[in-house]
Design a protein around this ligand. Structure first.
Ligand SMILES: NC(=O)c1ccc[n+]([C@@H]2O[C@H](COP(=O)([O-])OP(=O)(O)OC[C@H]3O[C@@H](n4cnc5c(N)ncnc54)[C@H](OP(=O)(O)O)[C@@H]3O)[C@@H](O)[C@H]2O)c1
Length: 299
């Protein structure tokens, strides 16, 4: 399927700031198609893991700039930025924007952002045409990071795309594993719905963007099935044939600051641009297909 999808895409050299869950899965797909992948992690352990699958990873964080960055970027054709912004800003750009702008082979950059930039829409639709109105620090930082990536390359021939990604799930990171481990919770908040997206549909969308670069274009990446998180947990319980956990009212739930901030916003993501411009046909149009596949792969 990837060979068909990428038949018009010449293998290049992808550099990833933040070789995490989504970008490592995409990297494996690209390497199978002849791409080189390099990038960054924060710990020696993660660097070793990445190298064991053929990715040339190096340590990078706020206090550890890349060594010899000109050399690192010398033949890089594509960059994905997947590190969440820190309180001081977008560290990849704070530390390396000059070398990135000088990278002669670079043609395409993609910044992985979040719908937090839209702020709260009280359950209404958020589309890429809308003016972003973040209400959280997280959302403000993301918006600043999006703009920083666009500004850095604004007078160059590099095409910069932004992906605003819904809740990411996939193998090893889904409610199937949570239910199986007895860790699943159902938090109930009246009217609270959100979109998700399967990790491999993120990879497909990024490949589609490499095939159809569109400078400064923003895309929502989401499935077509916004719903309450309890619906997803109940469905996973049904698949695993176990009783769902007792629901907890939002007001009574013990939540991290991040989770509480997430629940303070409610919106549905419009995705026609993903379908009509990037021509992406999601393999997992809802959590149901995604969770069934995850369970099938475990079994
Ligand atoms: N999870 C979601 O539902 C969701 C939804 C929308 C958008 N996003 C955003 O989309 C991107 C991809 O998501 P993901 O879940 O695939 O990412 P992930 O697995 O959390 O990976 C993030 C990567 O960034 C690196 N990183 C994190 N903080 C860093 C720091 N302060 N300095 C240097 N490196 C740092 C991590 O390094 P290590 O590998 O060393 O840990 C990791 O490689 C992320 O920016 C994420 O925040 C996530």
């Amino acid at each position: 399927m990837d060979r068909q999808l990428t038949k018009d895409l010449k293998p290049g050299h992808l550099f990833v700031f933040g070789l995490g869950y989504s970008t490592t899965r995409l990297s494996k797909r690209l390497m199978a198609l002849g791409w080189r992948v390099s990038g960054t992690n924060r710990s020696e352990q993660k660097v070793i893991e990445a190298r064991s699958i053929g990715i040339s990873s190096m340590i990078f964080d706020q206090g550890t700039p890349l060594k010899e960055p000109e050399k690192v970027f010398s033949d890089v054709t594509h960059i994905i930025a997947s590190i969440p912004p820190s309180e001081i800003g977008e560290i990849a750009l704070l530390l390396h924007s000059d070398e990135l702008r000088d990278a002669a082979s670079l043609t395409w950059v993609n910044y992985l952002s979040t719908p937090a930039v839209y702020g709260d829409r009280s359950g209404g639709v958020a589309s890429e045409f809308d003016e972003p109105t973040p209400i959280s620090k997280r959302g403000e930082r993301r918006l600043a990071a999006e703009r920083a990536w666009i500004d850095t390359f604004s007078d160059t021939r590099v095409s910069v795309q932004i992906m605003r990604i819904a809740g990411i799930y996939g193998p090893g990171r889904s409610v199937i594993e949570q239910v199986a481990a007895g860790r699943a919770r159902i938090i109930e908040k009246e009217g609270q719905v959100f979109n998700r997206i399967h990790v491999d549909d993120i990879g497909t969308s990024l490949i589609a963007s490499m095939l159809r670069p569109n400078d400064k274009r923003i895309y929502n990446l989401a499935d077509g099935n916004p719903c309450a998180s309890g619906d997803v947990t109940r469905y996973a319980c049904k698949l695993l044939q176990v009783e769902p956990p007792t629901p907890i009212k939002f007001e009574d739930a013990q939540l991290s600051d991040m989770a509480r901030s997430f629940y303070s916003e409610c919106k549905i993501l419009e995705t026609s641009r993903l379908r009509n411009e990037l021509l992406v046909n999601l393999r997992y149009p809802s959590y149901k297909e995604g969770l069934r596949q995850i369970l099938q792969d475990i079994n």
